[in-house]
Design a protein around this ligand. Structure first.
Ligand code: DC
Length: 335
């Protein structure tokens, strides 16, 4: 059994408006989900307590929904909740992936379904950003854009061409012709450098410091930020980075800044490296974490910084699941 959810609003508590809105909502759910009458097992309504003039279940019968049993309840009054709202849950035996429908004023309840939403998730290396971003994106069924991978690809190109990441003139020349693209396969990002998939190569520990160094250059940031904005304006995504909330998307719908103590982050990074087959001693990783933090937070252009309107999460004593749930709850509170 699957549940298709939906909601709509009326401007006035009038029978005719309620009839019209219920019919429109149920018809849209039926059409968008290619439902046959006999596949609808149950229709449940709830209405805000400012609607009295017509029963939504009756409106459903009048609209031709004869087969399914119907039920309607009144919701308790909640401060700040949407007014004159009719919510529905259609239970079905259909095998299709449910398409939830939010109409009229109720569109604001699910911006993720009706509009593009961007979630900025910034923070230092090893804070758990990349794992958390992927999980949040998966739960919301949107893309996850790992912006660090783009800077890593720039660093790889420098290494391949024997260009020092501090040599701005040489990097500028190299950047003008670089071709970095990302594609998503089953929700997993693949990063392409000049057409070649470098997703694994850019994860090598030696790339990290070079990426941090090269990312301080204006020519690199201008190009990468443009690419990131292009993607974010076309599709809903979680962007994992350093400057998303402050610089790339200052108007992102949701902003989080995820951090943890350098010791915890170094421990996580060392374990992560080990899993990837790189045995790097903890002390070495800690020294690099501190150095990279310093470099990323003190660079002149778009340094790593918490946006004033970002929600701070210290994950030192939190599990990945706890962080993911915290973020999803915060998002849910707002949409
Ligand atoms: O998240 P990461 O470790 O893959 O990032 C590698 C480097 O790229 C990081 O040290 C700083 C830089 N970076 C950045 O400057 N801005 C971003 N939005 C993402 C990463």
């Amino acid at each position: 059994m699957k549940a298709i959810r939906g909601a709509t609003t009326v401007d006035n508590d009038e029978a005719e408006e309620i009839r019209k809105s219920v019919k429109e909502l149920l018809t849209e759910i039926k059409v968008q989900n290619a439902l046959k009458d006999e596949e609808i097992t149950f229709i449940l309504f709830s209405t805000t307590d400012d609607l009295h003039s017509f029963h939504p279940a009756k409106a459903a019968r009048e609209a031709g929904f004869f087969v399914a049993p119907l039920f309607a309840a009144v919701e308790p009054e909640i401060d700040g909740a949407l007014k004159k709202c009719i919510r529905v849950m259609v239970l079905t035996e259909s095998d299709n992936v449910p398409k939830h429908i939010y109409l009229r004023g109720a569109k604001v309840l699910r911006r993720d379904l009706t509009n593009i939403i961007n979630i900025a998730l910034d923070g230092p290396a090893g804070s758990g950003k990349s794992t958390v971003s992927k999980l949040v994106a998966k739960r919301l069924n949107i893309l996850c854009l790992d912006t660090g991978a783009m800077y890593r690809a720039c660093a790889l190109k420098c290494l391949q061409q024997n260009v020092k990441p501090t040599d701005e003139k040489a990097v500028n020349k190299l950047i003008s012709s670089i071709n970095i693209t990302v594609k998503h396969e089953n929700g997993v990002q693949r990063t392409l450098l000049d057409g070649k998939d470098v997703s694994e190569e850019i994860r090598k520990p030696e790339i990290s410091m070079h990426a941090s160094t090269v990312s301080a250059l204006e020519c690199v940031r201008t190009k990468m930020v443009e690419l990131q904005r292009q993607i974010a304006t076309k599709t809903s995504c979680v962007l994992d980075g350093r400057d998303i909330g402050t610089n790339v998307l200052p108007n992102a719908h949701f902003k989080f800044f995820l951090t943890a103590s350098p010791e915890v982050r170094a421990k996580r990074r060392a374990e992560e490296n080990l899993q990837k087959g790189f045995n790097t001693p903890y002390e070495e990783v800690l020294a690099e974490v501190i150095k990279r933090d310093n470099q990323d937070t003190t660079r002149k252009i778009a340094p790593l910084k918490q946006a004033a309107d970002a929600v701070l999460i210290d994950s030192s004593n939190m599990s990945i699941e706890q962080v993911v749930d915290f973020i999803l709850n915060k998002i849910q509170e707002k949409i």
